[in-house]
Ligand binder design. Structure first.
Ligand code: FAD
Length: 420
C-alpha cells in the first residue's frame, strides 16, 4: 500500500521544459552528463522502438497536452573551448575556432565569444535555446545566421549508428533549415515517422569559425536604424549585442529569465546569462503597453516559441498573385538551400496581419493569443493548453490560406500535434 505521508514528486511535463509552457507529462527524462551517456540513451531507445526526443532549451517545440510515452534526453554538458587560440597571431589569419557541446546555452556562447574578443555571432544574441539546436534550424536574426559561422558539427547518426563529423558544406543550410531538420520531415511541416521529433543526426558538439576582432558588422537595416549607423558599418560587437537585446525585449522576443528558477531548468544557463537577459526586460518603460499589461504591470508575451510560422518562400508566379504592397525579398537557395534563383520570400507577419489577425488576437475563451508586440508569435497568456495554441495556429493558417492562397508552415517542432 502506498504511504500517504510520502512526499509526492510531480512528474515532469513539457510545460516545465519549454518556453511556451504547455504540454503533457513525460515518460522519462534523462539529463545526460557525458557524450557516451547521450549516445547510449538515444541508441538504446532507438533499438527498443521507444520514441525519443532530444531536447535543448525547449524554445522551438510545442508538445501535446497528452502524456509523452517516451524518453526525453537533454545534454547536460555545457563546455566551450577555444581550439586554436595561438593561430591568428602566428599566421595573421584572424579566424579562431571555438567548440561548444550541444547542451551549451546559445546566448552563453555569445557572451563567451565577446569576452574573448571574437565576433561573428553577436547579431544572434538573445535567441533562446542551445548550441545543438542552432544548427538544426540554422537560427537567424538581424542579418546573421548560424550557417555563416559554423565550421562543423559532431553528430550521432541514428541511422548508421556511428558518430560522424559533418562539415558546414554537408549540412545543406537554408533559411531556417538544414540537412538535420530535413531528416525529420518528408515535406515542410510533414513529419517523417522514423526519427521525428528529433533529427536523424543528434548533435554532440559544434565548431564555429569566428573572427578575432572586437568589431562586428551591422547586417540589418532595422539594427542600423536602432544604432544610428549605416547597414554594413562596423562597430564594437558588444554594442551590436546590446542593441539586439533591446530590440528583442521590446518585441517580446527574449525568453523569460524566470524560467531558470523552475527546478527542472536549474543549471541550464549561466547565472550571468540569466542576468543579461533580465536587464533589457527591466529597461522596458512602464508606459510600454505592447510589453506590459496596463492593468497589472505584468510582462506580457513571456511564453512563446518565438516566431510560430516561417516566412513563406514562393515561386515568382505565387508571389505575383500577392497584393502589390506585400513584402518581397529575393531568396536565392529557396526553402531547401537549393540553387533556384527565382524564389521570393514574403513576410508571414504581413500576411497574418493583412488577413485580419492583428497583434493580441485571441479566440473567445482561449488562453492562447497572438503576441501584443509581434504578429508572428503565438503566446500562452498563462492558462493556455497546447490544444488552444494549435486551434489559434490553425485559425490563422486557414485565414491566410483563404485570403492569399499561401500555406503557412509552423516553425516549431510539433510533438503529438498537427494543424490538420
Ligand atoms: C522568444 C523566442 C525568440 C526566438 N527568436 C528566434 C530568432 O530570432 N531566430 C531563430 O532562428 N529562432 C528563434 N527562436 C526559436 C528558437 O530559439 C531556436 O529554434 C532555437 O535554436 C531552439 O533551440 P532549443 O535548444 O530550445 O531547441 P528545442 O526546442 O529544445 O528543440 C528543437 C528541435 O531541435 C532538436 N534538437 C535539440 N537539441 C538537439 C541536438 N543536440 N541534436 C539534434 N537535435 C536537437 C529537437 O529534437 C527538436 O526537434 C526563438 C524562440 C523564442 C522562444
Amino acid at each position: 500500500m502506498a504511504n500517504s505521508d510520502a512526499p509526492t514528486v510531480p512528474a515532469v511535463s513539457f510545460s516545465d521544459l519549454t518556453t511556451i509552457r504547455v504540454g503533457g507529462t513525460i515518460g522519462s527524462l534523462l539529463n545526460a552528463k557525458d557524450r557516451v551517456g547521450i549516445i547510449e540513451a538515444v541508441e538504446g531507445a532507438d533499438s527498443a522502438g521507444v520514441p525519443v526526443c532530444v531536447l535543448g532549451g525547449g524554445s522551438n517545440l510545442l508538445a501535446s497536452d497528452e502524456h509523452f510515452a517516451g524518453l526525453v534526453v537533454r545534454d547536460a554538458r555545457r563546455a566551450i573551448h577555444v581550439l586554436d587560440e595561438a593561430a591568428p597571431v602566428e599566421s595573421g589569419d584572424r579566424t579562431v575556432h571555438v567548440g561548444a557541446t550541444a547542451g551549451t546555452n546559445w546566448d552563453d556562447l555569445i557572451m563567451y565569444c565577446l569576452d574573448m574578443g571574437l565576433s561573428g555571432v553577436e547579431g544572434l544574441s538573445g535567441i533562446p535555446g542551445t548550441v545543438g539546436a542552432s544548427v538544426v534550424q540554422n537560427i537567424s536574426a538581424y542579418g546573421q545566421e548560424a550557417a555563416q559561422s559554423v565550421a562543423s558539427a559532431e553528430v550521432w547518426d541514428r541511422q548508421e549508428k556511428r558518430t560522424r563529423t559533418l562539415a558546414a558544406r554537408d549540412m545543406a543550410f537554408g533559411y531556417r533549415t538544414s540537412l538535420l531538420k530535413a531528416s525529420m520531415y518528408r515535406a515542410p511541416g510533414e513529419p517523417a515517422g522514423r526519427f521525428f521529433p528529433t533529427p536523424r543526426y543528434v548533435v554532440l558538439s559544434v565548431t564555429f569559425a569566428l573572427r578575432h576582432s572586437a568589431q562586428g558588422k551591422v547586417d540589418s537595416d532595422q539594427l542600423a536604424r536602432a544604432l544610428g549607423v549605416g547597414q554594413g558599418d562596423e562597430m564594437p560587437a558588444v554594442r551590436i549585442r546590446q542593441a539586439v537585446l533591446g530590440i528583442r525585449a521590446g518585441k517580446g522576443m527574449l525568453e523569460d529569465p524566470a524560467r531558470y528558477s523552475n527546478p527542472w531548468m536549474l543549471g541550464c544557463r549561466e547565472e550571468r546569462g540569466i542576468r543579461a537577459a533580465s536587464d533589457p526586460l527591466a529597461a522596458i518603460r512602464p508606459d510600454d503597453t505592447r510589453s506590459l499589461d496596463s492593468g497589472t504591470g505584468e510582462m506580457l508575451n513571456r511564453n512563446s516559441c518565438g516566431s510560430f510560422f516561417t516566412n513563406p518562400v514562393l515561386t515568382a508566379g505565387q508571389a505575383a498573385r500577392l497584393p502589390k504592397d506585400a513584402p518581397r525579398f529575393p531568396a536565392p537557395g529557396g526553402p531547401g538551400g537549393g540553387s533556384a534563383p527565382t524564389m521570393i520570400k514574403t513576410s508571414a507577419a504581413w500576411l497574418i496581419d493583412h488577413a485580419g489577425f492583428h497583434k493580441g488576437f485571441a479566440l473567445p475563451g482561449s488562453g492562447a493569443a497572438l503576441s501584443t508586440a509581434h504578429t508572428l508569435a503565438l503566446t500562452n497568456r498563462g492558462t493556455a493548453t497546447a490544444a488552444q495554441v494549435v486551434e489559434l495556429a490553425r485559425t490563422i493558417r486557414d485565414g491566410v490560406r483563404s485570403t492569399y492562397g499561401v500555406e503557412l508552415v509552423p516553425e516549431p517542432v510539433l510533438v503529438g500535434l498537427s494543424l490538420d
